[in-house]
Design a protein around this ligand. Structure first.
Ligand code: FAD
Length: 406
């Protein structure tokens, strides 16, 4: 059937990771697809990701790398479009990539390679993309072939379009300057699709009082530690900053942290610290504890923990320490209990936890169960990945699942 020029089979809101993948998947099926993007440029988060090299996927993908009120929701999409599917496309485009720690894959040259690949795939199958589009209103209409009517303006020109299916791929609240917006939640609410509470994820911690001063003094220092919060543990690099703590290990644990929770840091995760200190007392009793610990930790950090845990014995040889005191210090080193005052929030968070409640969404197609023709994909949904390429994996997998049916 021939439709008017303002009619599309599929309109996708948001030209980010999930929207672009969904767009060419649907257009390959012969669908007439338009992507509406509010920014002046498409794929801004892709370009900024992974320090400009885009950690586009991970070799090891399991459902427990994803956080959601329904931990099973992600499984169907991850099976339908796996890391191997995306890697095959990257290889087909001749993009050079490298494996880093924990199976993380990064572009060898630039994140632009990934964005250009997605745009090339879109172009090949005639996907239309409009940037600088300010959405004013979405309305459901009765006709099956034109279920949604969108009013928006592009460069101050008002436009009205209709489509059979509407895909919300507008991402989430993190980093407003990179396109972060809450419009996807507004659309969900408009159509009675429930939401799960949102909060910043993969985000640095801030501290007040003495801990803030310690972080300021140690700013720039990085070391591998273990961190635990609410039975979740990660071992990776921690970075002291002027505001508090960051680095991959902190970003990972921040997904599990709520205000008021303690975080436990193991400063020497590979050592039996108590045994080591007790042996050292026997064998090198004349040494200072500070000198001993400096074999395994930066001197600046040792000075700070000395002020916290043995200031009265700062100049005493190890032989003057009671065994009980050494065991206490070892316990502090491997279980340093700290209480962040807050996270840095959406300004620097890499992702948003929570979002559109997956209970109202088909895990096979990403369509709203009670609202035919309305789809949600990517980060707007209540599915958040661990650090390591898992958030893009979710964008690709959910975008593909919807692209097969829209
Ligand atoms: C600094 C940074 C680094 C990251 N690095 C990585 C990484 O290396 N690996 C990884 O897996 N994940 C990474 N992430 C997370 C990843 O970028 C996101 O999870 C992913 O981009 C989500 O895809 P999406 O399609 O849902 O949303 P996005 O990619 O954010 O796309 C949403 C699009 O919708 C547009 N939009 C918003 N509102 C409207 C509107 N009203 N109308 C039209 N368009 C609209 C936005 O401008 C944007 O272009 C990083 C995130 C950040 C912020």
């Amino acid at each position: 059937m021939k439709h008017a020029s303002n009619h599309y089979d599929v309109i996708i809101l948001g030209a980010g990771a999930s929207g672009l993948l969904c767009a060419f998947t649907a257009a390959r099926r012969g669908r007439k697809v338009l992507v509406l993007e509010k920014s002046n440029k498409v794929g801004k988060k892709i370009l900024m990701s992974g320090g400009g090299r885009c950690n586009f996927i991970n070799y090891y993908v399991e459902p427990d790398h994803f956080i959601s009120a329904n931990p099973h929701f992600c499984k169907a999409a991850l099976t339908r479009y796996s890391q191997w599917d995306f890697i095959a496309m990257v290889e087909q485009h001749g993009i050079e990539f490298e494996e880093r720690k924990h199976g993380q894959l990064f572009c060898q040259h630039s994140a632009k390679d990934i964005l250009n690949m997605l745009l090339h795939e879109c172009e090949q199958v005639g996907v239309e993309i409009k940037t600088r589009c300010q959405l004013d209103e979405v309305k459901a209409v009765q006709a099956t072939a034109s279920r949604y009517q969108l009013s928006f303006s592009q460069n101050n020109q008002p436009l009205s379009l209709v489509c059979e299916t509407l895909v919300v791929a507008t991402g989430a609240l993190s980093i407003p300057t990179l396109g972060g917006s809450g419009i996807g939640y507004d659309i969900a609410q408009q159509f009675d699709v429930a939401l799960v509470e949102r909060k910043a994820g993969l985000v640095p911690f801030m501290f007040s009082g003495n801990l803030k001063s310690i972080c300021e003094r140690l700013s720039g220092l990085a070391l591998e530690v273990g961190v635990t919060c609410k039975q979740q543990s990660f071992k990776e690099n921690l970075l002291f900053t002027h505001r508090g703590l960051s680095g991959p290990v902190i970003l990972q644990i921040s997904n599990y942290w709520s205000p008021g929770d303690e975080v436990i840091i193991n400063l020497l995760p590979d050592d039996d610290v108590a045994q080591w200190l007790l042996n050292a007392k026997q064998q090198q009793g004349k040494s200072l504890l500070k000198t001993l610990l400096s074999q395994k930790m930066a001197k600046s950090l040792v000075s700070e923990i000395q002020n916290l845990w043995w200031p009265e014995l700062a100049t005493a040889p190890l032989s003057d320490f009671s065994d009980k005191k050494l065991v206490f210090i070892a316990q502090q080193i491997s279980h340093w209990r700290i209480k962040p005052s807050a996270t840095e929030g959406y300004r620097t968070a890499e992702v948003t936890l929570g979002g559109v409640d997956t209970d109202g969404i088909s895990s096979k197609t990403m369509e709203a169960k009670q609202q035919p023709g309305l789809f949600f994909i990517g980060e707007v949904l209540d599915v958040t990945g661990h650090l390591g390429g898992y958030n893009f994996q979710w964008a690709w997998s959910s975008g593909y699942s919807a692209g097969l049916v829209v």
